[in-house]
Design a protein. Structure first.
Length: 108
């Protein structure tokens, strides 16, 4: 996973140099840490985000590959910045797209 983390961090630094922003009101910005460490999470119950996320065991020093972590094609994976790589109490803040029923009613 270390290669995946390096690639993700590179993309985040290129595209979101000012920090990650939320799309909810009021917007919140999460600055990118100078030395980011990532934790990954998957849904506790597939297709039910209301049940929360569980941290993925990426192995000591992130040596496990995505396949060894249990990821498959089209897996839903979240990430979070952590200060302590050993901390299992990670919060994954994920925004799900919502259908805008009013928009669909206006187009009909």
């Amino acid at each position: 996973m270390s290669r995946v983390s390096e690639e993700l961090i590179g993309i985040l630094k290129d595209r979101y140099s000012e920090g990650l922003t939320t799309s909810i009101s009021p917007p919140k910005t999460t600055p990118l840490p100078s030395e980011p460490v990532l934790a990954y999470g998957t849904l506790k119950v597939p297709n039910d985000p209301s049940k929360g996320w569980k941290r993925v065991d990426t192995g000591e020093d992130d040596v496990n590959s995505p396949t060894e972590c249990g990821f498959k094609n089209n897996s839903i994976v979240a990430f979070s910045f952590v200060t302590d790589p050993a901390d299992d109490d990670v919060v994954f803040e994920v925004q799900w797209p919502k259908d805008d029923e009013e928009l669909y009613e206006q187009q009909a």
